[in-house]
Design a binder for this molecule. Structure first.
Ligand code: ADP
Ligand code: ZN
Length: 438
């Protein structure tokens, strides 16, 4: 059965074929939103673009962008392109960056979502013999239902555990024989820690792979998770506005995520000027949905920063790959004029042998930005003398300074003292923003 979800004729199609699909589907989708969504009609009229002007993907750049703010302004249903009677599901973003937004799916939209999630599962080696343990949250968040749909589609046994209650997660891993774990990377780490604490050897479990995404994570963290859970860990990317998880999916090469180009067109743009950038250059990721019925957003500005490559992949798939986003442009911290991504800090911490349990505090004292990194010390350091602990802090500070180019204070805190996350980890406390809000 699962063989059907190795969609070779699509996933390995020639560039000409992919472009042809994209051309046809883009033309159709642009007409669909122009006819059915007032905001698109207004924006396109203002820009002097008619649906007839869009003949191929080369015309994409003529189209106006769509922003998260549009979803907020048109909340709840203003951007839906189909009558509400055709909408069979609603989802909402987890609200990490402000007021929640809502999206709708028709029956067809859900079928496509199941299909791309099935591609992801197939790519990590899952089939009808697998037990897919879904610890992404079920509910309005897209994570749970997304992977669940894919698991059902490939005929695997879906275990809809949802997030939370980590002891129970462990029992289910042991008793139900879960073979593929799906959750945020930070939660995978927490599950791994819990196993360790309970003295459970991951080799005694049936786990072989993990599908981890919904938040930024580093290669170092991937290595730790793979080691601690004795699995291969794969990255998955998606966002509520475009579909949910599996907009792009990692293959066995584990070097970036193939974008489902038969459903989404990816562009990289200069976030300041909006100009499209060539493959290989770093910029903001922009998606255009070309097969969705209810919420086919056009040139949606994700604010995620990444790179797209079209180099040949060893797996044989021909869809372009995007790198793991470093974080969102609005996650980027500007500290004393220097751009800092939390992922850079995480890289240093893990390289130096610490766990990915950390918090970053940014503040402004006497008009100068301050950066404090709190990270849990290892058990070994915990039993050191105060002087030794100070030395470890200094060593980390030196390493951070050399990588970030600015100074940071490091505070080592007791093991297990930083709160664990069951979903998306919140690691940055920017007190400057808190002050601005008031
Ligand atoms: P919210 O915007 O409320 O967090 P979403 O669940 O829609 O809700 O979040 C989507 C965002 O999550 C993406 O735009 C991206 O910033 C982040 N994300 C998703 N998958 C990954 C991944 N594999 N790596 C890094 N970031 C990711
Ligand atoms: Zn590949």
């Amino acid at each position: 059965m699962a063989k059907r979800y190795w969609q070779e004729e699509i996933e390995c199609a020639s560039r000409e074929q992919i472009t042809q699909w994209q051309n046809e589907r883009l033309v159709k989708t642009v007409k669909h939103v122009y006819d059915n969504v007032e905001l698109y009609r207004k924006r396109m009229d203002e820009a002097g673009v008619k649906p007839e002007d869009i003949k191929s993907i080369d015309d994409l750049k003529k189209l106006p962008f769509t922003y998260k703010q549009d979803l907020r302004d048109e909340y709840p249903y203003g951007l839906f392109a189909t009558p509400l009677k055709d909408v069979v599901r609603l989802h909402a973003s987890s609200g990490t960056t402000g007021k929640q937004i809502v999206v709708g799916y028709t029956r067809n939209d859900l079928d496509i979502w199941d299909d791309i999630a099935a591609r992801q599962l197939y790519a990590v080696g899952a089939d009808e013999n697998d037990f897919v343990h879904v610890s992404y949250g079920y509910g309005l968040f897209t994570g749970g239902f997304g992977l669940h749909g894919g698991a059902t589609k490939i005929g695997a046994t879906a275990i809809p555990v949802s997030s939370g209650n980590t002891d129970r997660q462990v029992t289910i891993l042991q008793d139900f024989g879960s073979s593929v774990l799906c959750c945020t990377p930070s939660y995978a780490m927490y599950i791994a820690e819990t196993l360790e604490k309970k003295g459970i050897d991951p080799k005694t479990l049936n786990l072989k792979a993990g599908i981890f995404g919904a938040e930024p994570w580093t290669e170092e963290m991937r290595r730790q998770i793979e080691e601690k859970l004795n699995i291969k860990a794969y990255d998955v990317y998606g966002l509520t506005e475009i579909m949910g998880p599996c907009v792009s999916y990692e293959c066995e090469a584990q070097s970036g995520m193939h974008v489902n180009e038969d459903h989404f067109i990816i562009e990289i743009i200069n976030p300041e000027t909006g100009e499209p950038l060539p493959y290989g250059e770093k910029g903001e990721i922009v998606f255009t949905c070309i097969t969705k019925e209810c919420c086919p957003f056009i040139r949606y500005r994700t604010r995620d920063i990444g790179v797209v490559t079209n180099e040949k992949c060893s797996c044989g798939r021909t869809f372009v790959k995007m790198t793991k986003p470093q974080g969102r442009s609005d996650d980027m911290l500007i500290i004393r004029g220097v751009n800092v991504f939390p992922s850079q800090i995480e890289t240093v911490l893990l390289k130096m042998g610490y766990s990915p349990n950390y918090k970053i505090f940014v503040d402004r004292v006497n008009n100068t930005d301050t950066l404090l990194v709190q990270v849990e010390m290892t058990e070994a350091i915990f039993s050191d003398t105060v002087t030794k602990i100070k030395e470890h802090e200094k060593a980390l500070e030196a390493e951070l300074r050399s990588l970030l180019g600015i100074g940071a204070d490091v505070q080592l805190v007791a093991p297990n003292s930083i709160e664990r996350s069951m979903g998306k980890a919140v690691r940055v406390v920017d007190k400057r923003k808190l002050i601005d809000v008031k």
